[in-house]
Design a protein around this ligand. Structure first.
Ligand code: ZN
Length: 474
């Protein structure tokens, strides 16, 4: 009996023992354990801050309790690049080693920023030109990838980043008609001068339209310059924009004659010519100054204040060696109403001369000359008093002994004839001309050629020069 019990008990004990060992090893023996805090996989926005929750490790068992063990952490995280990264945790204790990993996915869920106006104005018939920028925090500048789509009066702009985030902007288009004509600008002078036989070339032009932009290429030029034939040529420039608005401009080109006189047949005669120009400065004076420079000729300007935009040419003429004399501020014959009226006008013009040249002048010419009788209409005997008074004040007043006649003709040939016939045979010529007459300017090169080739010296007046007085008649 005992033996039987024993025989039954041995296998049972063995089973018990096995169960005991198994239970110990399974649940009771000391061991290392590692647990992640938080999820095994997580998603993070690119460029954001990532805070890992870490992991905890323990060593121990139910019989002996648990003690915390250090966990080391290693990762390949790059929060500035999209991708899936790994954070690996490792814990070691005695002969035990455990590791665990967490997957971190870096994603971009932010759409790009599309910067553009909400509405724009477009000229009828034109395509909308819209300025915009598209910037994505991750992909950078996406401006070149913006797609546009027209839906009636709305332009839809759309752009997606590399992660498929899309932004859309609707721009309202207001169509307006173009009613403004183009702006046509002529380059160079609007009054050009070319010496006969010399080449003429178009200085050019620009045409800008608010709707069409630069339409310079569409300018039509009508008219032609023939440099071999003297005369004044008119060039007309026309440009029309797409809406039919037109602009026109004009340019005149004066071909002035070039007189050739053989110097060998005309000996120098030692005579002096004083060219004097009244009533300016005006719109032709700058051209005249250039012509005089070209010939190295000096002249005298009896100036007025009639054309206020050209007063600087007084200083210009002075600095180029010409004499500045006073003619009158206003050129109104009412200045002959009284002595004080006359001197008020003279004094005002002197101030302008001083401002322009740095000093007053002592050279004057009476409007109408000292022999004028118009002054009688204003004040009987005024000229007789004025001629003495201006000399007392230190002025030399000049009349002329050669008249160009340029106030009664617009024919440069006639002016040339009047001047040259008047000069011929005189030792000193004071020539009356007006630099506000275009025909005079046109005749000047021929006159200068003639003077120089006939041996005349071209000189500016001074207070001591021949005055060519006419004699007072009022
Ligand atoms: Zn005058």
């Amino acid at each position: 009996m005992k033996k039987r019990i024993l025989m039954i008990s041995i296998p049972a004990l063995c089973v018990l023992l096995a169960v005991g060992v198994f239970a110990y090893q399974k649940w009771l023996s000391p061991r290392l354990s590692l647990e992640l805090n938080g999820a095994e996989a997580c998603v993070v926005e690119v460029f954001s801050e990532y805070q890992d929750d870490g992991a905890n490790a323990y060593y121990g068992g139910r019989l002996f309790g648990f003690q915390p063990v250090d966990v080391s952490e290693r990762d390949d995280l790059d929060l500035s690049k999209l991708g899936t990264y790994t954070v690996e945790y490792t814990s070691r204790y005695k002969d035990f080693t455990l590791s665990a990993i967490r997957k971190v996915r870096v994603v971009d869920t932010t759409p790009p920023t599309l910067d553009c106006p909400d509405e724009i104005t477009v000229y009828e018939g034109k395509q909308p030109q819209i300025e915009y920028t598209a910037i994505d925090e991750y992909d950078g500048d996406l401006t070149g990838q913006v797609q546009s789509e027209r839906e009636g009066d709305v332009l839809i702009l759309r752009v997606s980043d590399s992660s498929g985030n899309t932004v859309e902007h609707r721009v309202t288009i207001h169509m307006i008609p173009d009613t403004e004509p183009p702006v046509l600008t002529l380059l160079g002078e609007v009054e050009c001068f070319v010496r006969q036989g010399e080449e003429w070339s178009e200085p050019g032009y620009t045409a800008l339209d608010q709707a069409d932009g630069d339409i310079s290429a569409q300018v039509r030029v009508e008219g032609e310059v023939t440099p071999d034939l003297t005369g004044t040529y008119l060039l007309t420039y026309t440009v029309t924009d797409a809406a039919g608005n037109s602009t026109q401009a004009e340019r005149t080109v004066t071909v002035y004659p070039h007189l050739t006189v053989s110097t060998s047949t005309v000996p120098a005669n030692g005579a002096v010519v004083y060219l004097t120009f009244d009533d300016g400065p005006g719109s032709y004076t700058a051209r005249l100054l250039d012509l005089l420079d070209e010939y190295e000729a000096k002249a005298t300007f009896f100036v007025t204040g009639q054309f206020t935009g050209y007063l600087d040419l007084i200083g210009d003429a002075f600095s180029r060696g010409h004499t500045i004399g006073v003619h009158t501020l206003t050129h109104d014959f009412a200045i002959y109403s009284s002595v004080s009226d006359y001197f008020a006008d003279l004094g005002a013009m002197e101030e302008i001369v001083k401002e322009q040249t740095g000093s007053y002048t002592d050279v004057i010419r009476f409007p109408g000359g000292s022999s004028n009788t118009v002054s009688k209409n204003y004040c009987e005997g005024i000229m007789s008093r004025l001629v003495g008074m201006v000399e007392e004040q230190g002025y030399s007043y000049f009349d002329w002994n050669v008249s160009s006649g340029d106030t009664s003709t617009t024919d440069p040939d006639e002016i040339f004839r009047n001047v040259t016939q008047g000069i011929a045979g005189k030792q000193a010529s004071v020539v009356l001309m007006h630099d506000i007459k275009p025909a005079t300017i046109e005749a000047i090169p021929r006159i200068l050629d003639w003077c120089l080739e006939n041996g005349y010296t071209l000189a500016p007046l001074s207070a001591a020069s021949p005055t060519a007085h006419h004699g007072v008649q009022n």
